[in-house]
Structure formats: structure tokens, C-alpha cells
Design a protein around this ligand. Structure first.
Ligand SMILES: Cc1cc2nc3c(=O)[nH]c(=O)nc-3n(C[C@H](O)[C@H](O)[C@H](O)COP(=O)(O)O)c2cc1C
Length: 380
């Protein structure tokens, strides 16, 4: 019998065995020397629990509220573009897994299923992530998201240019695939994937008009050629135009967080984009204590490097309202489709529950910095 994966590392290994190398590297890789990618994990490892004992932890709750909305656990699915290349209809599969787990799903602008398809086929607490390729396309996407019932908009602001992702450059990762002999040889070694995905991902569904795909915008989105002139006044305009919850993703500097909240945004995601943009950027977890000391009234989420349930507990203890989970769930869908995405969410919530019990935390709202210590440097 096929045993369910025990942890996220195992789902990653299974994804690696199923995907051609160029697809796995697109998912797994990051910018330049991948310093920030590795640091995202190292920062979690640098915090240790100083657990409390003899607390009654017989009944535990992971559930929380973001604004007035209840969630089963303090996490949401991070927006991930081109997921259709991991598994057919991966966006729908992950959105359904999120709904089943009672957590929000954030649909990327660069998704392979459209805003409307996800609303119809998955439902749940849907958020839409906006990339601004140009202002008129962005306005159109925002209108569609509102019409389809999305009530939280996430503006990603850390992509003035695409990061230099060297694994993708070496492998020749493009969309649609350019079938060079090397790419073909890579794919032929992965027959299960090939039988389902040989065409690559379907078009970027949000940029397909009734007449035809908008090829130019699709190419800009794949290359992450965004509107690099987007600034605080443009954010103010978006704030004035969007009547529901607005979250800004990709901030790291405390002054930027302060400015975003003073413009009236409802939440921020401290993020370095999973190490895929500015290599050498700090990790969200590193700046979190500094930002939570400002005691913002609004939502503060972090992402980057969440691979264990204990990471979520650490983030909350250090002042975050919760986390976004990127690769951890995508490894699941890439390995086993919707079953794998559900498995990833089960693993994370089960580990989080166990860590809470062992740390003496019955309710997630009781997690506080008092529980955490910096790991002592190990003797070399
Ligand atoms: C394959 C891949 C594609 C991504 N696409 C997007 C995207 O379209 N929009 C966005 O805001 N962030 C995107 N991100 C960044 C994630 O939303 C998130 O910030 C990051 O993955 C968190 O780090 P983690 O993967 O270590 O959890 C992408 C990340 C990956 C791995």
C-alpha cells in the first residue's frame, strides 16, 4: 500500500521524483545564490521553544480570526503562478484542499485557472493576488475579482523586475515549453508527468480574453515584467477603488509597513517572495519582532520557509497573526494532486497541534514571545 507522506520533506522528494527537472527547479529554486531561500529556513531553526509544563493542554484549538473571519488554523495558501505545470488544474485542486481545511486560498494573477473558474469550482474564502503588469489590465482584474465574489485583494509589491532565477536560466524554463533535445530528454524521464502535462501549463487564464489569449501580457507576466513605476500614490488609488479588504504582500522594512497601514490597508504580508526576488533580502521572521513591537492594529502575516507546523507556532509566538504557505502545499499537489495538497495541510496542522501540546499552549492566542529563545550558537 502507498503510505501517506510523513512530512513536507517527503512530499518534496516525491514531487522531485515525478516532475522533470526544469519543472521541479521552477518550484524549488530561487534567485542567484539562493542565500535568502536558505536563510528563510535558518531563521526558523534559530528560534527555540522554552516550553511550559503542567498546563492543561487536553483540549487545544488552532482556530483563530483574521479580522472578523474565522479560520481553522492561522494559515493561508500563498499565491503561486504557473501551478498548472505541476499537475493538471492544480489551482482548483489546491483551492479545494484549502476549503476542506477551512483556510483561505490566494489565487495568483499568473494562475492557470481563471478568477471565475476558481470561484465556481472551489469556492471557500477566496483572495485574489494582483500583479500590476499595467494599470488598465490591473483595473480589469480587480473588477472581475469583485464580481466573482473575492473579498480580499492582495497586492504583490516586490516584483519591480523579475528576480534572477539561475536554475530556470540554465534549464531553459519557458512557457510554453521550448522543446529542445535537452528539455525533451528531461521530460521523457518522467512518464507519469509527461502523460498528463506534456503541453506544459495551459495559458495564464486570467489574461485570456473572449477573442484570444493576450499573448503580450502573458509573456510579460511569465517574465515578471511589471509596472516598475508603481508607487505609494498608485497604492492609494487602489485603496480608494477597492471597497473590501486590501493586503500588501512583499514588504520587509518597518517604515514601509507603517506607511502601508497609514494609507488604510487592512493587512501586510512580510515576505521576500520565497527568496525568488532580491537575493540577500532579510527573512520575514527576522524583521517580525521589530514590526510586532509597533503593535499594529491590522493583520500581520509572514511567509517564506514554512515547512513544519512548529514554524507556524513560532511565527505566531513572535507576533504574526499567521503565515502563508507556498512551496509546502505545492510539493503536495506536484506529488499527488489534490490528495497531496490535502496531505500537506494535514501534516502542517497536525504538527502544529502536537507542538502546541508539547509547548504548553492550549489555544493559539496564548502563544507569546515569552515562549521563545534564540538558539545558542553551536561550537564549531
Ligand atoms: C513556484 C512559485 C510561484 C510563485 N508565484 C507567485 C505569484 O504568482 N504571486 C506572488 O505574489 N507570489 C508568488 N510566489 C511567492 C509565494 O507567494 C510566497 O511568497 C513564497 O512561496 C513563500 O515561501 P515558501 O515557498 O518558502 O513558503 C511564488 C512562489 C513559488 C515557489
Amino acid at each position: 500500500m502507498f503510505r501517506p507522506a510523513i512530512n513536507i520533506a517527503e512530499l518534496r522528494a516525491r514531487a522531485r521524483r515525478r516532475l522533470p527537472r526544469l519543472v521541479f527547479d521552477y518550484l524549488d529554486g530561487a534567485a542567484e545564490d539562493e542565500l535568502t531561500l536558505h536563510d528563510n529556513r535558518a531563521q526558523f531553526a534559530a528560534w527555540r521553544f522554552c516550553p511550559r509544563m503542567l498546563c492543561d493542554v487536553a483540549e487545544r484549538t488552532l482556530s483563530t480570526r483574521w479580522w472578523d473571519r474565522p479560520l481553522a488554523a492561522p494559515l493561508a495558501i500563498a499565491p503561486v503562478g504557473l501551478a498548472g505545470v505541476f499537475w493538471p488544474q492544480a489551482d482548483v485542486a489546491v483551492a479545494r484542499a484549502a476549503r476542506a481545511a477551512g483556510v483561505p486560498y490566494i489565487l495568483s494573477t499568473a494562475s492557470n485557472s481563471s478568477i471565475e473558474t476558481i470561484a465556481r469550482e472551489a469556492g471557500g474564502d477566496l483572495w485574489f493576488q494582483l500583479y500590476v503588469i499595467n494599470r488598465s489590465i490591473a483595473d480589469g482584474l480587480v473588477e472581475r475579482a469583485e464580481r466573482a465574489g473575492y473579498r480580499t485583494l492582495v497586492l504583490t509589491v516586490d516584483v519591480a523586475l523579475g528576480g534572477k532565477r539561475e536554475r530556470d536560466l540554465v534549464n531553459g524554463f519557458t512557457q510554453p515549453f521550448k522543446l529542445t533535445p535537452r528539455v525533451l530528454a528531461d521530460m521523457i524521464r518522467r512518464p507519469h508527468w509527461l502523460s498528463q502535462n506534456w503541453r506544459g501549463a495551459p495559458p495564464l487564464a486570467n489574461l485570456v480574453t473572449i477573442e484570444a489569449p493576450d499573448a503580450e501580457s502573458q509573456a510579460a507576466l511569465v517574465a515578471r515584467r511589471m509596472d516598475a513605476s508603481y508607487d505609494w500614490s498608485a497604492l492609494q488609488r487602489l485603496r480608494d477603488m477597492w471597497p473590501h479588504r486590501l493586503v500588501v504582500k512583499g514588504l520587509l522594512h518597518p517604515d514601509d509597513v507603517h506607511q502601508a497601514f497609514s494609507l488604510g490597508v487592512d493587512g501586510v504580508v512580510l515576505s521576500n517572495h520565497g527568496g525568488r526576488q532580491l537575493d540577500g533580502a532579510v527573512s520575514a521572521l527576522e524583521v517580525l519582532p521589530e514590526i510586532s513591537r509597533l503593535r499594529p492594529d491590522n493583520l500581520v502575516l509572514i511567509d517564506g520557509g514554512v515547512r513544519r507546523g512548529a514554524d507556524i507556532l513560532k511565527a505566531v509566538a513572535l507576533g504574526a497573526d499567521g503565515v502563508l504557505v507556498g512551496r509546502a502545499v505545492q510539493y503536495g499537489v506536484a506529488a499527488e494532486g489534490e490528495t497531496g495538497a490535502r496531505r500537506a495541510l494535514d501534516i502542517l496542522t497536525d504538527e502544529m497541534d502536537r507542538s502546541m501540546a508539547l509547548a504548553g499552549v492550549a489555544h493559539i492566542s496564548q502563544a507569546s514571545p515569552e515562549l521563545m529563545r534564540r538558539a545558542a550558537p553551536t561550537a564549531s
